[in-house]
Each structure stands twice: as C-alpha cells, then as structure tokens.
Design a protein around this ligand. Sequence first.
Ligand SMILES: Nc1ncnc2c1ncn2[C@@H]1O[C@H](COP(=O)(O)OP(=O)(O)O)[C@@H](O)[C@H]1O
Ligand SMILES: [Mg+2]
Length: 498
Amino acid sequence: MLELKNIKKAFGDCVANDDVSLTVHKGTIHAIVGENGAGKSTAMKIVYGFYTPDGGEIILNGNAVTIKNPHDAIALGIGMVHQHFMLVDTMTAAENIVLGAETGSAASLDLEKANAEIQTLSDELKLGVNPRSVIEDLSVGQQQRVELLKALYRNADTLILDEPTAVLSPQEVEEFFGILRRMKEQGKTIIIITHKLDEVLAISDEVTVMRDGKTVGHVQTAETSAKDLARMIVGRDVLLRVEKTDASPTATVLEVKDLRVGGKHGASLNGVSFSVKAGEIVGVAGIEGNGQTELIEALAGLAKPSGGSIEFDGKDVTNCSARELKELGIAHIPEDRHKRGLLLSSALTENSILGVHYRPPITASSGLMSAAAIGKRCGEIIDNFDVRPGDSSQPAKSLSGGNQQKLIIGREFGLKPKLLLVSQPTRGVDIGAIEFIHKKLIGLRDAGSAVLLVSAELEEVTALADRLLIIREGKIVGEVDPKTASTEDIGLLMTGGE
Ligand SMILES: Nc1ncnc2c1ncn2[C@@H]1O[C@H](COP(=O)(O)OP(=O)(O)O)[C@@H](O)[C@H]1O
Ligand SMILES: [Mg+2]
C-alpha cells in the first residue's frame, strides 16, 4: 500500500528523519514504535503532506507520489489523526467534520445531508458519535472519534494515528482497539504510532521500529515479544521489571491525620490518615479523580486543607506554604509537568532553579543572581539525569516529554529531599527513560528519603511501592502488600466492587 524509501528531513541542525524506509501492507494494522524524538511523527507528517522531505521517495500502490500538502494526501486517500486534536470547540461534530471538505460554495453546504452521512459512518463502526453534539461537550475519547470520522468522511483508506491511546483510559483503549479492528475488516490500512508495547502486541500485524531518525527494524507482531521490541527501540537490553531490594524504613517522616480538602463539588479528600517513613516508597493507587491530586497538592502546600493535620519531621506543617515546605525538605514532582512543573518558554537554566531561585547559592544575600551557580546547577541536572539534548540555553518546550520529565526530576532530586511527593512520574515517557526514572526513585529511597508515589499505572505503582494504599472517593479504603496482592484485589478496592 505504502512504501517510504530513504526519507530524510532536517529542521535546521536537527535531523529528525535520517533514513526512514518502511513498507505498509494493505488491510493491515502497522505499528510504528520508538522513543520520544525518534522521528515517528515527522515521518508520518511527511506522508500526510505536513512537511516536505529533504530526500527519499513515497510510493503509494506502486506509484511514486509527491505529497505537497494535506490536500494532496487526502486526495490520495490518506488521513491522519494528530496527537493534538485540531477541532473547533464551539462547533458541532458535523461542522468540524465537513469543515474544509465541502465541495462547491459554502452556501450550498448541506449540513443536514452531512449529519446523516456522518451518522451512518459512525453507526457502521459503532463510534457512538452524535454529529450534532458540540465539541466542547464531548470527552477526549469522543473528540478523538470525531477526528477519525473527519478522515473517514474524506474517504481515507489509509489512516495514520499518532499516539491515539495517550489520552485514553484503559477502558477507552479497549473500545478504541475494537474500532480499529472493525476498520481493518472494512479493508482500511492503519498506521498507529505508540510507545506502549502491550498495545503494539495487542493490536498490530506488523511493527516498524525507529531510533534516532532511522528505521532500525521491521518484524511481524506474531514473531516478536515486548522484550525484543524494547531492545530494538532503545538499542540495548531494557529491564521491563523494576529491580529493588526490600525497604528498610526508619523514622516516620510524614504523618497525615484525617486530612480533608474541599473540592468544587463537595469534599474531594474525605479524611485521609497514613504515614511515610524514611527509606520507603508508599504508593497510592486509585482511579484518577478520587482525591489523589488534592492529596498531593495539600501535602505540597498548593491546596489548603479544610481539616485534619500534616506533620513533617515531627513538626506541624498543616498550613505551611509551598515555599516553606520546600525549605523544610519536601520536593514535588507534579502530575502535570506543563502546568505545574516547567516554564515552557524559559530556558533549561531558568527551569533548573525554580523554587530555589531566591536563595543561596543561586541568589546571594546581596540580591544578585549568580550565573555561574545557575550554570553549574543546570549542568549537573543535565549530566546526572541524562537530559537530551543538553543545551541549557534552549527553552523547555523544545525537549521531548521524557526529557522534560527528567529535567523536573533532576531539579527536585537536587533538593536532596527528606520527602519526595511524586505523581505520574512516567506519564508519556518512553521505555528507556521509564527504566531510568524508576532506578532513580529506588536510589532515592535507598539513600534514606521517604517517597509518596501516586500513579495511575497500576503496574508501575505495584512495582515501585513498598506499601500500597488504595484511594477511592477521597478515602484510603485499604492497604496491601504490593508483593503479594493480586491485580484483581487491588482493582476491586479501587472500584469498590464486591
Ligand atoms: N517542527 C519542528 N521543528 C524543529 N524540530 C522538530 C520539529 N518537529 C520535530 N522536531 C525534532 O525532530 C526530532 C523528531 O521528532 P518527532 O518526529 O516528533 O519524534 P517522535 O514523534 O518520534 O517523538 C526531535 O528531536 C524533535 O525535537
Ligand atoms: Mg510524536
């Protein structure tokens, strides 16, 4: 169906695609995997006419084609759903779908006809999209289906999906894979970019692996394994399991008693009590939105408790500010790295000193900031946490998600915290960096810090935690030993099932 031959593409000095060659067979689901920054999105945007390649060939159904813009791609039957949706929030699904696809004058646009056609398409694939609903009222998963319909409405028979599952809950992923299978039955060819190996194994027929702008492998899914794929992706063996010794907890560092936080719609944290000792990782598992965010924000001084107490190192800190808590030795790796963790437009240097920018050695008692101290701190983070590319003058937004995360982790570890609060440490991070981050967290524990870890990834939190608390509806509903508890048991506690 589609063949790329020796595709090259550079952005200034950055070679995004060095030598990309791959073959996608008609009627298959083809996965493209690789670490953040490997060049996957760039290659697929070239196919969709978003970028013009600097070299190489695109062959579609046996013919060399030139795709100058998305219009050309659509005319050739290629559709793409981007990582970030491109929908107008205030318009209906149908309006978004026909936008730009209407033939003839705008006056002749027949929205009723479009509504009917889109309804039919949606029904065929069991998408459950109502063409008349307004985008801003739809969940992320539903918006994604509108994007799919947009491509299908334009008669795409090859669909490129860029990390479609990153925004979906595990339940939605299952439904989404059902849709992909139905599209495949209809004869569509699907290219899916993901870095989740279990998803690759579950949905694809063939896999192409990219590393550093090159395609480095091509395998039949049935003939590969997570371990083999991980090795091809990273270029070395990767530990897919966390390796750690038993914890040796010592003194209690954090003591939370009956903590309550009010929310927009009533209480979001409903009287939570637990403690964390030095030298242990306490995990908090739960379905997102059950009070995890409020818990961590209250502990980090970012949300005001409405009741209960927080004791840190034997001292009552219930009403301390974020800055006071940081000074006492509490570091925080937030769940939303863009909102809470980084100044995206500022350089790595500036990001590396957030939270300590006002005190020595960064700012001297004279009030002057030391460029040397800033450079040293930033350099240490880049070196010790393997932030790539390590150009400290670049803005944080130029880094991939995984490298942004390593920058934040490096900064917070640099505080030598007695207590680390960490949420979703590896969300959107590729497997090489996940292994790295996990090792660092275990290392911090072994150096005697207390760690409170919240993660929506059950596998991650059970692998890292020494003790596991389950949170539901703002309450701790159970504590289990992560070494012996089964996923089913934890799942039941999380959902409140019998
Ligand atoms: N528009 C762009 N301008 C400059 N650099 C870019 C642009 N798009 C991608 N890059 C760079 O190209 C490399 C490959 O990026 P990308 O194709 O997005 O990787 P992937 O999708 O595999 O994570 C990265 O180093 C990225 O920073
Ligand atoms: Mg990408």
